[in-house]
Write a protein that binds this ligand. Structure first.
Ligand SMILES: [Zn+2]
Length: 142
């Protein structure tokens, strides 16, 4: 485990405003916001790859209302991180931004888990809440 870094708002840079870790160790777990893999992927598809909502929802194998809900959650968390100067971490903290993720997510409890043999057609239940409202979740490497 590396040292936890606190994010600090930095002003007066030439062209942009950014957040930087200042390398202070902090035991305060309130210093970061956790995005689920699905939320992270929803933001990437919609705002980074610039897919429309329909295509983005399709890519994640969810309905448009579900996609919209996931994206709304992501926006709220990202906005909170920006307003409060918090670090953003992806669920579990063990997902490298450069790596892909294949597995499932649960619509009932928001659990996400990796499964290398996951596919859209498999019927699985959530290991946490045993719900069968499961979506197939793939995040392609950047
Ligand atoms: Zn669940």
């Amino acid at each position: 485990m590396g040292r936890r870094t606190r994010m600090r708002f930095v002003k007066r840079t030439p062209d942009n405003i950014y957040f930087a870790g200042v390398g202070e160790s902090s035991s305060n777990t309130e210093q970061f916001v956790i995005l689920t893999v699905a939320e992270f992927e929803a933001m990437r598809l919609k705002h980074y790859i610039n897919l429309n909502q329909k295509d983005a929802a399709e890519k994640m194998g969810v309905s448009q209302p579900t996609f919209s809900r996931i994206l709304e959650n992501a926006h709220q968390k990202a906005t909170q991180a920006l307003m409060e100067g918090k670090e953003i971490r992806v669920y579990g903290g063990n997902i490298d931004y450069k790596q892909g993720f294949i597995g499932y997510g649960c619509l009932n409890c928001d659990a996400e888990w990796e499964d290398e043999s996951a596919s859209k057609d498999k019927k699985v239940n959530c290991p946490k809440c045993e719900s069968n409202k499961i979506y197939y979740l793939v995040r392609e490497p950047l």
